[in-house]
Design a protein. Structure first.
Length: 64
């Protein structure tokens, strides 16, 4: 990214790191409040009904 865009590409990379860390801290507070461990459990709590049953197999981790 830096080779292609120069110094501006470096700022873009750093902003993605900073925004990613802020997102983690913001959502961690919501996860603790909802008493869930993973984002799959949070999605199951948030969405219900027919659409959730359709999407559930795609969101679950594959067991080996």
């Amino acid at each position: 990214m830096v080779v292609k865009n120069g110094v501006a590409g470096n700022w873009l990379w750093w902003s993605m790191v900073a925004s990613g860390m802020l997102t983690v801290f913001f959502f961690a507070r919501l996860w603790r409040r909802a008493e869930v461990v993973t984002d799959v459990v949070l999605t199951e709590l948030r969405y219900a009904g027919k659409p959730a049953r359709f999407c559930a197999p795609f969101a679950r981790p594959i067991s080996v």
